[in-house]
Design a protein around this ligand. Structure first.
Ligand code: G3P
Ligand code: CA
Length: 263
């Protein structure tokens, strides 16, 4: 199998099914088993969230705090990686996943790199104005380059300053601008400034006219958090280029069904 690359995957003709925090409807989010299951389910890309531990190591978790998705308590950033690794990140979801740990970004890349496209979201509050040498975006870029994955990784964020900083490094990594509201003035200009690969809005506010505007400007649109059958069908009607969904298998089936009903 050839190495997946962003440039190698067709846009507009083939929908991109992007698994949100892995196969999140059936597995504990942002864990290695959720990523493996999403690959197995045929996802084109896997989305995950990265944060820094107290000792500045990159760990994959969505929330600022440990309470919802682990048996730990309190802010992620107050624990070292060794402390985080002792936590159970699967049992909260279902007993059979007990023992699943919070992955480091390295572990996630080891599992997925070269097998599937990867969308790494850097959370807004990870932005550090003083730009330390071990800022999350610097560590992340270094890791992506070391693994030879520049062509298969897409970095997204709601924090424009963070994306601007990455763009200014000139590494050529693909960037996606996240903004909840697709119709907010200035979105396209921001994508242009960043030379973004794509734009990722919440599906709820997304309309066909927004998608057409982004397409005219040259940017694919991948809406996020559309997980139910109804939500997925709504996204398809907008003409979006794919979907960031917690149920990649369902999204694939519905997309195929909608396409065959149009032919
Ligand atoms: O990357 C899109 C989506 O994941 C952004 O929202 O809260 O699920 O990280 P959230
Ligand atoms: Ca995310």
């Amino acid at each position: 199998m050839s190495m997946p690359s962003l440039a190698g995957r067709r846009l507009r003709t083939d929908p991109w099914i992007i698994a949100h925090r892995g196969y999140r409807t059936r597995y504990p989010e942002n864990t290695l088993c959720a990523f493996a299951a999403a690959i197995e389910a045929g996802a084109d890309m896997i989305e995950l969230d990265v944060m820094l531990a107290r000792d500045r190591r990159m760990v994959v978790i969505h929330d600022d705090t440990l309470d919802r998705t682990t048996n730990g308590r309190g802010p992620v950033g107050l624990k070292t990686l060794a402390e985080l690794k002792k936590l159970d990140a699967g049992g909260w979801f279902a007993p059979q996943f007990a023992g699943e740990t919070l992955p480091t970004l390295e572990e996630a890349m080891d599992l997925m790199g070269g097998r599937v496209l990867i969308n790494i979201e850097i959370k807004r509050n990870a932005y550090e104005p003083d730009d330390p040498p071990d800022a999350v975006e610097r560590q992340l870029l270094d890791l992506v380059k070391r693994r030879g994955l520049l062509n298969s990784v897409l970095i997204s964020s709601f924090e424009v300053r963070l994306l601007e900083r990455i763009a200014s490094r000139g590494d050529g990594v693909a960037l996606a601008f996240l903004n909840r509201n697709a119709g907010e003035p200035g979105n396209i200009e921001t994508c242009r400034k960043l030379q973004a690969f794509s734009f990722h809005p919440n599906w709820i506010e997304l309309k066909g006219e927004h998608v057409r505007e982004f397409h005219q400007a040259g940017f694919p649109v991948f809406p996020y958090n559309a997980d139910t059958e109804e939500q997925i069908r709504r996204v398809i009607t907008t003409g979006a280029d794919g979907i960031i969904t917690s149920d990649p298998l369902l999204a694939r089936e519905i997309w195929k069904e909608e396409e065959s009903s149009q032919t």
